[in-house]
Design a binder for this molecule. Structure first.
Ligand code: PRX
Length: 650
């Protein structure tokens, strides 16, 4: 059996779907005719302390810039995610926590219990002096504690900044210092794939590096029970501070435009920036998209495999699903431990109906063949999702045919940390699917393609992906640097939000995202700035210069190719190569590990000294015959050497 180019909507699915083709068409039409009416309705799904009367106030014009949604509304995100479910569905399971160890028991946490835990921690945080607007850094494994910590911050109006558990101390330090966190929440250790991750030790190291004394308290969850250093009075055990706290905690009354969280993400220049999301618009958008894109129903068991350290974990593990009162799996482990059937065993064990993961995981599992999938029944599945990077048609088909037995629609969801929620995606009951295409912008989303000069590309064509207007989940600023926000996103094409992505639009109006057009890499669905890796490399005493580019990688989507020029007199050796790899891992984390380090006697530069990355990318891709115009090179001979040496990789 092979999947055709276009997979029509299954009529039985459409008949029960929240939005079928007609429903989606009507919504699109309404969103065009009466946008404020649609946006007002969207807000209506939240629990407001004071309902908003102002709906949107937006201008992308640099001189009159503002993005404000529901600006006179007041609410608390944790109330929408917890309190309002208590009467009707308090005993319903909110989280099914599946531990890394497959022999360990899954823990079921009801909405009532989750609410109580959030309240206890909220009270404890207040007792520790955390106030509305204070920043709290969270560096935790993928367990219920992470969800509780985020919502407890929301409860008391503190702004959380979650740092992915795979980041190294220096990255944690930078993130703590940038937002001057008052408190850090971590665990003794995490567990991933049977291995222990020294979370507390990493926080200790980070606080030494951070160069700030803003952190007053480190709260430590006892997770594995490992022996760790506790520095009194700074370090406190979580269980000790929450014990005896009341199960109720007065939620802080927040304005819709008050910050909910900061999440750091890589850009093409400089250090990662703190993407700031606010409360009302973000939550409404996360909840609405979660319900519509996954066609969420009362009896679903939803599972998103993303870590809470990424935006997918924020919007589609914590805020969206909980605002919708869903039951979901929270998974601490990895797809290949104890073996490559793990995902499908978890699907069977908890009767998962909606499954959302990244193409890189699909490609890695695809390599292992069908047998590990077929060993599990997967009969409960009904919707599959993909996120984080382009999914190649081959992986799409395997996901559809092998994992979903050709009966579950795939929603290929395009969005970004900055967008807060999904913007381009199929609605599974509303339109045909195309392997490799995220299809159409959601109702109300005004996507467009422009050429390098910002001229609109009409109809079928290719260009840079922009958004012509705002949506409630849009980021509001770069924490502490509003000028950088406007500069990064609104100056390339004045009056438009520039995504940094390129895309093609076909004759049906469907979008095919081709990937980043800036100096951001997407390695296994993780965003990494080339500049960050380069600065980790040049920090080594033997390195004179470094340039990092991406190249197509079968599993990771993109691999990381580093060209390194050594200082005069330094011998290139395998030991030095290993040292440089280690430098990057310890500056950023394992996710940024270079796949290749190529010694470069020199780098191709323009006469004004600018590195010509376009050429380096072509060489790394093994497309040295397509170097294009090299007439502006200062020293053309450099390129010939690099091309000859690069043959070793292909
Ligand atoms: O290049 C796009 C790619 O991931 C980038 C955003 O990365 P991040 O902020 O880390 O958020 C990832 C999770 C939303 C985008 O600029 N990307 C994300 N989803 C897709 C995608 N590329 C193609 N298809 C997708 N479905």
């Amino acid at each position: 059996m092979s999947t055709p180019e276009t997979v029509p909507v299954d009529p039985a699915f459409a008949a029960r779907a929240r939005l079928d083709a007609d429903g989606a068409a009507r919504l699109r039409e309404r969103a065009a005719r009466d946008p404020d009416g649609v946006w007002r309705e969207l807000a209506g799904r939240l629990e407001w302390m004071r309902a908003p009367t102002e709906i949107r106030d937006v201008s992308f014009d640099r001189d009159d810039f503002r993005i404000r949604w529901y600006a006179d509304g007041e609410l608390n995100a944790s109330v929408s995610c917890l309190d309002r479910h208590l009467d009707a569905r308090g005993d319903r399971t909110a989280l099914i926590v599946e531990p890394d160890d497959p022999a360990g028991e899954a823990q079921r946490i009801s909405y009532r219990e989750l609410h109580a835990r959030v309240c206890r921690l909220g009270n404890a945080l207040r007792n520790l002096g955390v106030r509305r607007g204070d920043r709290v850094t969270i560096y935790l494994p993928m367990t219920a504690d992470a969800v509780v910590a985020m919502l407890a911050c929301a409860r008391i109006g503190a702004v959380h900044s979650v740092v992915f558990g795979g980041f190294a101390p220096q990255s944690i330090a930078d993130r703590i210092a940038d937002c001057r966190s008052k408190l850090v929440i971590t665990a003794d250790e995490g567990c991933r794939g049977g291995r222990r991750v020294p979370l507390k030790a990493n926080v200790d190291a980070a606080l030494k590096l951070a160069g700030t004394n803003s952190v007053e308290t480190v709260l430590v969850v006892r997770h594995t029970g490992a022996g760790i250093d506790m520095q009194m009075p700074r370090d406190r055990w979580m269980h000790a501070v929450v014990d005896g706290q009341p199960d109720v905690c007065e939620p802080e009354r927040m304005n819709a435009e008050d910050p909910l969280f900061i999440l750091y993400t890589s850009g093409s220049t400089g250090k990662p920036k703190g993407v700031l999301h606010t409360t009302g618009g973000y939550l409404a958008w996360a909840a609405w998209t979660h319900e519509q894109v996954f066609d969420l129903r009362e009896d679903d068991v939803y599972w998103c495999t993303a870590d809470v350290g990424w935006i997918t974990g924020h919007s589609y593990v914590v805020y969206g699903p909980l605002a919708n009162g869903a039951t979901q799996v929270v998974f601490e482990g990895v797809p290949n431990y104890p073996d490559v059937s793990r995902f499908w065993n978890v699907v069977d064990r908890h009767r998962v109906t909606i499954f959302y993961t990244a193409p890189t995981a699909i490609r890695a599992l695809m390599r292992e063949g069908e047998a590990p999938v077929k060993r599990a029944s997967r009969a409960s599945l009904r919707v599959l999702g993909s996120v984080g990077e382009p999914i190649n048609p081959e992986a799409w088909r395997w996901y559809y045919e092998v994992v979903g037995d050709s009966r579950c629609p795939i929603v290929d969801t395009w969005w970004q940390t900055e967008t807060g929620g999904i913007l381009i995606s199929p609605l599974p009951g509303a339109g045909p699917l195309k392997p490799g295409s995220a299809t159409k912008p959601l109702p109300g989303i005004r996507a467009a393609l422009v050429d390098a000069e910002g001229r609109a590309v009409e109809g079928e064509g290719e260009g840079n992906l922009v958004l012509l207007d705002s949506w409630p989940g849009q980021m509001r600023t770069v924490y502490g640097d509003h000028a950088r926000f406007i500069e990064t996103y609104f100056s390339t094409y004045p009056g438009m939000y520039f995504t940094g992505d390129g895309a093609r639009r076909d004759a049906d109006g469907d979008y095919w995202i081709t990937g980043r057009v800036d100096d951001v890499l997407n390695i296994s669905g993780h965003r990494i700035g080339t500049a960050e890796v380069e600065s980790a490399l040049v920090a080594h005493r033997d390195v004179a210069e470094a340039a990092v580019v991406g190249y197509p990688h079968d599993i990771k989507g993109q691999g990381l190719h580093a060209y390194v020029t050594l200082k005069a007199g330094v011998e290139p050796t395998d030991a030095l190569r290993a040292e440089l790899v280690q430098c990057v891992r310890s500056a950023i984390g394992a996710i940024a590990t270079p796949d290749r380090i190529q010694w470069a006697p020199g780098l191709p530069k323009t006469r004004s000294g600018k590195i010509m990355r376009r050429i380096l990318r072509k060489i790394a891709e093994g497309a040295a015959d397509q170097l294009g115009d090299t007439s502006t090179l200062a020293e053309p001979a450099v390129v010939e050497t690099l091309v000859a040496d690069a043959r070793a990789w292909s």
